[in-house]
Design a protein around this ligand. Structure first.
Ligand SMILES: [Zn+2]
Length: 611
């Protein structure tokens, strides 16, 4: 009843501009808050009511690369069931920022359910140089596991590099593993990291064969329902599909400029255009690897995840009983599209409008099966996106694109000039390593990894060399500041300096580099963090600036008062807020705060339910 009343009320409102959205949510506030008082009929307010009122499902919805301003730029075009519903009925924070850098996918996804920054989770980037083994590793690399559902014998992934407990872990520890915890995404790290170390399962999209794949970390073989899902070859249904705009082109021209612009580069193998419509084949004659990779860059990949999430809710009976389950769904396609076309593109706008509808489909499914009033829905993003540098320049912002090879060469040359002698060429002070049979340099994520063995051999002091490398880096156009390991380890920077604090929160000694270079706003050092196979990445993210740190944070559930909250918040606040709500131990490294401004007080929460 309540839901349909709100829905009837909501439909006409969805047509009104975004500002009115927020006003309307405030207008709904009194009605929602008086709800407990009207429901005093059954009179069973004893201790068991505490259990009865716990949500049956916590649903974390992440959209990979979703800037906060997508809510304000496109909010009036959202429908009534997805993000539009979350904005109207949920508690929405307008000033939620990540407080770490680099703002990449893996570190961001590790924050939501641990309540902790990379300095504690250890997830400092998507990949980094591992000093112990002398190789580059991904955040979820685990050679002791095998991939399930992919090519036979392929190495798998796991959350073993995540150093903190998660909400899912704490839920399962508290109730003897009766809670189920499942993660779903197109990306391995985005399925694995939010669910944590004790999760039942994580599934992601395998671009080798179009299957939803997993890891032997969780089980010896994928459950039968997953095998059946994969046998349907759902991904193949989109082979040759045409992706066109959801709404008339005029709406896009008004909000995102021209469609066919020179900076929207394309991976040559995709056989695609940089304007609508996009026909999805990946340049291959049948559904095979190039097609599955191309599918990642389309909204259809999100449709696949919704279908799989629905299957997992049904088959795993998520939300069926009083032991709160946790499902995390991370939509990756928005990030791939954002990288390729940039945040001010028709494609990014269309992905945003479509993911609103896709989230609506998922929420309607959850409502029909579990009931949204038995569910806490959290909506956020792992990072935002920087404008395409060339486009930023046209906007009179100081946009510029830099390649990391130029920075490396500048520093290498400077080190040689400073330290080189006839008997000591000083050409190997920046660490190198072999990756996929190629020699790579230890400049990763804007971090210089120094070759400590070489420095020791030549009697060079590490701290001094860090400063030298930092000073040399400042000779690079666009470079703003540098931080050295010595500074960060000895707390020689002030947390009141927001950039320094974000660097410090992103620094984990055993995994981070020795010198961290920060560029000026809109000046991007292209490091290709997300898809190294796509060398023509148009736009990216990773900086400590608000276009990368400022993200949506919305929580919808009967324990949260509808409204628009202007208090400063971070995605690290989600886990301690949930721990408080669910009466379980706060995850081990949590530094976030309880979002108490929106939490309806415990005293009024344990109320009898009239339905
Ligand atoms: Zn990305």
């Amino acid at each position: 009843m309540e839901n349909s009343r709100i829905r009837r009320l909501a439909r006409p409102l969805s047509l009104i501009v975004s500002l009115v959205f927020f006003l309307s949510s405030v207008a709904l506030l009194p009605a929602q808050q008086t709800r407990p008082a009207r429901r005093l009929s059954r009179g069973n307010a004893n201790s068991s009511a505490v259990k009865d009122t716990r949500p049956r499902l916590v649903l974390l919805i992440v959209v990979d690369q979703f800037r906060y301003d997508y809510l304000t730029r496109f909010g009036d075009l959202f429908g009534s069931t997805g993000i539009g519903r979350l904005l109207r009925q949920g508690a929405s924070w307008t000033e939620a920022n990540f407080d770490h850098m680099p703002t990449f996918t893996a570190p961001g996804h590790a924050v939501f359910m641990t309540g902790a920054w990379p300095s504690q989770t250890g997830i400092i980037a998507n990949e980094w140089y591992e000093r112990d083994t002398g190789r580059k590793v991904k955040s979820v690399t685990d050679d002791s596991t095998v991939k399930l559902g992919g090519k036979p014998g392929e190495k798998g992934f796991s959350p073993r590099r995540l150093l903190c407990s998660s909400m899912g872990d704490e839920l399962r520890i508290a109730d003897g593993d009766r809670s189920k915890v499942i993660g779903i995404s197109a990306k391995d790290r985005s399925a694995i990291l939010p669910t944590g170390r004790r999760a039942n399962a994580a599934y992601w999209f395998g671009t080798d064969n179009g299957n939803m794949v997993s890891s032997s970390y969780y089980f010896d073989r994928e459950p039968d329902w997953v095998v059946r899902f994969n046998e349907r070859h759902l991904a193949d249904h989109w082979y040759g599909a045409r992706w066109d705009r959801l709404l008339p082109e005029a709406e896009y021209l008004k909000r995102a400029g021209k469609d066919d612009v020179p900076w929207e580069n394309l991976d040559k193998s995709s056989n695609d255009t940089n304007f609508f419509p996009h026909v999805i084949t990946g340049g291959s004659a049948n559904p095979s690897r190039p097609f599955y990779k191309a599918l990642d860059y389309t909204p259809f990949s999100n449709d696949l995840l919704v279908a799989f999430a629905e299957e997992s809710i049904t088959n795993e009976k998520l939300g069926d009983d009083a032991d709160t389950d946790l499902l995390t769904v991370s939509f990756s396609a928005n990030d791939y599209v954002g990288h390729r076309f940039g945040p001010y593109s028709h494609e990014a706008m269309d992905m945003t409008l479509r993911v609103d509808r896709q989230i609506g489909t998922l929420l309607n499914f959850v409502d029909a099966r579990i009931g949204l009033r038995n569910t806490v829905v959290i909506f956020s993003a792992d990072h935002g996106a920087s404008p395409v540098p060339e486009q930023a320049a046209l906007m009179h912002l100081p946009g510029h694109r830099y390649q990391k090879a130029d920075l490396r060469q500048l520093v290498e040359g400077g080190l040689k000039a400073r330290y080189g002698r006839k008997d000591r060429p000083a050409t190997d002070y920046i660490q190198t390593f072999t990756n996929k049979a190629e020699t790579e340099s230890g400049l990763i994520n804007g971090n210089f990894y120094l070759n400590r063995a070489a420095l020791k051999r030549d009697g060079i002091d590490l701290d001094e060399c860090e400063r030298v490398v930092g000073d040399l880096s400042m000779g690079m156009p666009g470079a703003a500041r540098y931080f050295t390991r010595a500074q960060l380890e000895n707390q020689l920077i002030s947390p009141a300096d927001p950039i320094a604090r974000r660097v410090m929160n992103g620094f984990y000694p055993a995994r981070s580099g020795d010198v961290i270079v920060v560029f000026e706003p809109y000046n991007i050092l292209f490091d290709l963090p997300d898809d190294p196979t796509d060398p023509l990445s148009t736009a990216t993210h990773g900086s400590p600036y608000s276009y990368d740190t400022h993200v949506p944070l919305i929580i919808m559930g009967r324990d949260f008062a509808t409204g628009r909250y202007t208090q400063a918040a971070t995605p690290a606040d989600i886990a301690p807020t949930l721990a408080n709500l669910l009466n379980v131990q706060v995850p081990s490294c949590s530094v976030g705060r309880v979002l108490s401004e929106a939490l309806i007080k415990q005293s009024s929460k344990h109320r009898p339910d009239s339905r």
